[in-house]
Design a protein around this ligand. Structure first.
Ligand SMILES: [Mn+2]
Length: 324
């Protein structure tokens, strides 16, 4: 009887789904009697996965950076930045096991695993199609509309809220086990999952109200300042849900560790985007992607953050006016 340890990207719908899909594959193709353990991994700057995090049987990392450890048996990742160092990348390129896979062209690691296990190992898991579909939508932020992203009607979206906010290992590991043979609706029907969702959903609704009261939208640009409310994390699609006609969003928030300006593009806007937001934020010491970027300031730098947010909003407003 084999032993497997699954190291997965913690508090992430795609990480948890990847763990479930790989476990199903492993039991179907490698050893139906395998004992499987789970270990969540979180991003910390420059930190390697410690040798003590690997088990003494087979080890797989899913939806997370490569490790050059001899104890790593399988690896699947779809992140652009999958290697901590050129040495790690060289180690992966020289690997002859045929059990390590990287393709940044995939929107989710779950779909990547499902494709590889079918194409390379001839294992089909048609009953997991729903999970694979939703992991791809969620990790790739490919929501059909703002309602899907914010109203959280679909069981997958409800489960996403629960997975992202829950830090008890046993609870997440039970979800990984359930996802291997239940529908997403059945997983959500678990009373423990349901009661956690209810609490988180009430908070989510409060957040929508806070942003609704704080936000204005002028010339295609939403501006809001929620620094007085201590919102740590919030669903980043809420502003576009409230102002469907918007093109950009500039938000100011405050946590104990920093004051923050978040700048984003409405993914459902039909108007062409004129600016690279990463470049715009770099001028203030921030960065990110072309469609979503941010700037962090010291915790007492809220006035500077507000001034930067206003400047950026003004620039984007003139831009959207010019393009009309
Ligand atoms: Mn992922």
């Amino acid at each position: 009887m084999k032993k497997l340890r699954v190291l997965y990207h913690d508090n992430c719908f795609d990480g948890v789904s990847s763990a479930a899909v790989f476990s199903r594959f492993y039991k179907g193709r490698i050893d139906p009697e395998a004992t499987i353990e789970y270990e969540g991994l979180a991003h910390k700057a420059g930190q390697l996965i410690g040798e003590d995090q690997f088990g003494d049987g087979d080890n797989v990392i899913v939806d997370f950076k490569y490790s050059a450890s001899d104890r790593l048996t399988w690896w699947f990742d779809h992140h652009e930045s999958a290697f901590l160092s050129p040495q790690d990348e060289a180690h992966f390129r020289q690997d002859k096991s045929g059990l390590k896979f990287h393709d940044p062209g995939y929107k989710s690691c779950t779909k990547f695993i499902a494709h590889i296990t079918e194409k390379v190992f001839s294992v089909k898991m048609p009953d997991l199609e729903e999970l694979i579909y939703w992991a791809d939508i969620i990790d790739g932020a490919q929501f059909a509309d703002a309602q899907t992203a914010v109203e959280l009607e679909a069981p997958a979206m409800k489960l996403m809220l629960v997975i992202e906010a829950s830090h008890q290992r046993e609870f997440i590991h039970k979800i990984i086990q359930d996802l291997q043979h239940k529908t997403l609706g059945q997983v959500m029907d678990d009373p423990d999952v349901r009661s956690r969702f209810d609490v988180l959903y009430a908070k989510h609704k409060e957040t929508i109200d806070i942003i609704r009261k704080a936000a204005t939208c002028s010339r295609g640009v939403i501006e809001f300042d929620v620094s007085a409310y201590g919102l740590e994390g919030y669903n980043k699609f809420i502003p576009y849900y409230l102002f469907p006609e918007s093109v950009y969003c500039v938000g100011v928030s405050q946590s104990p560790s920093r004051a923050k300006v978040s700048v984003g593009t409405n993914p459902w806007s039909t108007r062409p985007r004129q600016h690279n937001l990463a470049k715009l934020c770099e001028k203030y010491g921030g960065g990110g992607h072309s469609v979503v970027a941010a700037i962090s300031f010291k915790p007492d730098g809220i006035a500077t953050a507000r001034a930067a947010a206003r400047e950026i909003a003004d620039l984007l407003q003139n831009d959207t006016k010019a393009s009309q």
